[in-house]
Design a protein around this ligand. Structure first.
Ligand SMILES: O=C(O)[C@@H](CO)OP(=O)(O)O
Ligand SMILES: [Mg+2]
Length: 431
């Protein structure tokens, strides 16, 4: 490896896709290479995520959390990583974790640390003249992810009447990423036409999915199935569906009674499991994310027992890209897949550890954006580098989402005949 060192680190405040400030960092190497990394931010954040210094963190920083995070990049973190090799991201991250010293990154901020971690990886790849996915994954990273494209929004991401946060389509029957992406876009447009025809709004939520006022999650699913058919595709063959309930957002979950904030409907954990079971029997649903609360471990074990051999059960708020929580879930039989979000844990190397643990235990991985995003396309490269198999990056009508899809098109072209598209994801398949 070249003798190249981190010479300078520059932090700055930029805007995310919701118009809120976030952190961007540049890492400059002794050979002059500049790498860049940005931190996204969630709305339905899990209680156990690493702590970001955001502006909503008013109690501690008088509404200026991001200013402090940027300051930390330009002082403590800069000093911590200066002189280190950018090719050893684990060492770079360790130096920052040591400088922070807390378990949840609350001193320096997970957003500050992540931006530097991603910028260092970007600089390392560029200085070697390699694409980012190649630097992270070596020659083994060659699988394009199946998009899990969010086309209808509810929950905390939209101000409509729908309680389930995300309704997604997956082009599992396509033969390449490029083809799958085109299919998804066609269905997205076909859904717009269908909603209009029924006098429903086509205004959108945070991730670009439509946010009509509908009576139930079932009605949303029915519209999507009709949109798939109207676009000329077969539900269940060309497309499967995925839901993100984001049930940790539903209050009362901690006391054993889920109360859906918009409809006011109430479920016990067992009733909610029965509800998901009913939907899975009636519709081609391949995947359910956060179907239960982040603390409802017993419910998760039961849900997995009842549905785990048929459906992908994804822990997002449950696992928060955290190896300790994932290990607990594995030992208790909770879920069979993990949503991977870099900023939930706050560094690239810890994210890679969570992915490794998942794959070693036959858990599937879905690389995910946040509802507040930037134009950075790091997650596209990460998805290919680690052969994740699936990616969640929102609807095809907002540039911060499309940036990831477009990057995947470039990667697919770059890989040429070496590119693999996992296609139909039969559930029995293990890593
Ligand atoms: O819950 C989720 O999976 C994400 C991304 O879709 O949303 P947020 O970034 O608001 O947590
Ligand atoms: Mg989620």
């Amino acid at each position: 490896m070249k003798d190249n060192r981190i010479e300078q680190v520059i932090g700055r405040e930029i805007l995310d896709s919701r118009g809120n400030p976030t952190v961007q960092a540049d890492v400059i190497l002794t050979d002059g290479t500049v790498g860049r990394g940005s931190s996204p931010s969630g709305a339905s954040t899990g209680q156990f995520e690493a702590l970001e210094l955001r502006d909503k963190d008013t109690a501690r920083y008088g509404g200026k959390g991001v200013v402090h995070a940027v300051h930390n990049v330009n002082t403590t973190l800069r000093e911590a990583v200066k002189g280190l090799s950018p090719y050893d991201i684990f060492a770079v991250d360790q130096a920052m974790l040591k400088a922070d010293g807390t378990k949840d990154k609350s001193k320096l901020g997970a957003n500050a640390i992540l931006a530097v971690s991603l910028a260092a990886a970007d600089a390392a790849a560029k200085s070697l003249g390699q694409p980012l996915y190649r630097f992270i994954g070596g020659i083994n990273g060659n699988q394009l992810p199946v998009p899990m494209m969010n086309i209808l929004n509810g929950g905390a991401h939209a101000s409509n009447t729908v309680d389930v946060q995300e309704f997604m389509i997956m082009p599992a029957g396509a033969t390449s990423f490029r083809e799958g992406l085109r299919w998804c876009s066609e269905v997205y447009h076909s859904l717009a036409a269908l909603l209009k025809m029924h006098g429903l709004t086509t205004s959108v939520g945070d991730e670009g999915g439509f946010a009509p006022n509908l009576a139930s999650d079932e009605e949303a699913i029915q519209y999507i199935i009709r949109a798939i058919e109207a676009a000329g595709y077969r539900p269940g063959t060309d497309f499967v569906l995925a839901l993100d309930a984001a049930a940790s957002e539903w209050k009362g979950a901690k006391t054993g009674e889920y109360v859906l904030p918009k409809s006011g409907q109430k479920y016990t954990s067992a009733e909610l499991i029965a509800h998901w079971k009913k939907l899975v029997q009636a519709y081609p649903i391949y995947s359910i994310e956060d179907g239960l609360d982040e603390e409802d471990w017993e419910g998760w074990a039961q849900l997995t027992k009842e549905l785990g051999d048929k459906v992908q059960l994804v822990g997002d708020d449950l696992f928060v890209t955290n190896t300790e929580r994932l290990a607990k879930g594995i030992s208790q039989g909770c879920g069979n897949a993990i949503l991977i979000k870099l900023n939930q844990i706050g560094s690239l190397s810890e994210t890679l550890e969570a992915i490794k643990l998942a794959h070693r235990n036959g858990y599937r991985t879905i690389i995910s954006h946040r509802s507040g995003e930037t134009e950075d396309s790091f997650i596209a490269d990460l998805a290919v580098a680690i052969n994740a198999g699936q990616i969640k990056s929102g609807a095809p009508n907002r540039s911060e989402r499309v940036a990831k899809y477009n990057r995947l098109l470039q990667i697919e072209e770059g890989l040429g005949d070496g590119a693999i598209y996992p296609g139909f994801l039969t559930f029995a398949q293990k890593h």
